[in-house]
Design a binder for this molecule. Sequence first.
Ligand SMILES: Cc1ncc(COP(=O)(O)O)c(C=O)c1O
Length: 367
Amino acid sequence: MSEDFLSRILEEKSSANAFRSLRLSGSQADYVSNDYLGIVKNGLIEDLLRDSHFNHGSTGSRLLAGNYPLIEETEKEIARFHNSPAALIFNSGYDANFGLLASVARKGDLIIYDKLSHASIRDGIRQSFAESLSFAHNDLGELERKLKKGKSNSFVITESVFSMDGDMAPLAEMAVLCEKYKAHLIVDEAHATGVIGKRGEGLVQHLKLQDKCFARIHTFGKALGCHGAVILGSQTLRNFLINFCRPFIYSTAIPPASVAAIQASYKIFPGMDKERQTISNLITLFDQNGFKKSATPIQCFIMPGNEKIKQAAQHLLDNNLDARPILYPTVPKGEERLRIALHSFNTVEETIRLISALKSFSMNDDR
Ligand SMILES: Cc1ncc(COP(=O)(O)O)c(C=O)c1O
């Protein structure tokens, strides 16, 4: 069977220096993973669940055999922690964003999204029958101009902490605009969960904006060290998603073993102040060396060109450090970068080594 049609497209990807391949992580210092608090690295959930036994299969969709007391109990606990009337667990953050946007925004509605929004948000928008408009990253003026074009229902979606830049959205100002134009604000807290706020509750609660949001998405696969996600909102929104959100309806539910891990993580991460402080100290170290790009664990080292940034990643590997290159088209052309994730388990010594390696690579590049 000929697969030339696939090979041709892959060759184009290769010649653009954008070919993706899988590689196993080695023993280098980890500046890649989203395990910001070291919950996975230090086996904290395994410790808590050591004597527990939970099924690894849920046997069906939540609407059929896949609903069980632990998942409903955990949703109630998560809703309470995040000050939300209701919560609905999803198999992943991708499913949550995709399913939410594809279902709540209907024909005749308008979705307005930050240009740097995650692929799961863009894919959900593409799947919905609503119109969509983007606004330049964190640009409130452009957001307002787009809001003026509002339709019967307008939705505004952003990430609270941006996955590739680590900067934060101006949520307070966005909430004011959404109120003014009667738009529904949706915030993806994937990279804020566990990290932002006194107890890792996320940026929305940190700014006391929970009542201004139509929906919030928290993912469990990053700082929380698990897998899955939750959509927070009203009981009406929860009922709507159960009835209309296709990734929720037509997929096997997340199993009890995964939900037990999520429940355990919610017992652990709110108290991880020391870990959040350690990350903050590493951000200060980046700042002192002129490398700070954001106030969150996500930093980046931008150097245009896919080939150049791959060389930078190799230079780090040669120094026993692991930070992966993020290539165009995942980020805009000219903004190719190393995405550097700082963790509570990264030492000052290895972070100084990382900064030196970045400096030496930049200097060699200038010559
Ligand atoms: C901002 C953002 N939203 C959603 C997701 C998807 O979450 P998950 O990995 O749980 O599918 C990611 C993960 O890369 C993300 O960075």
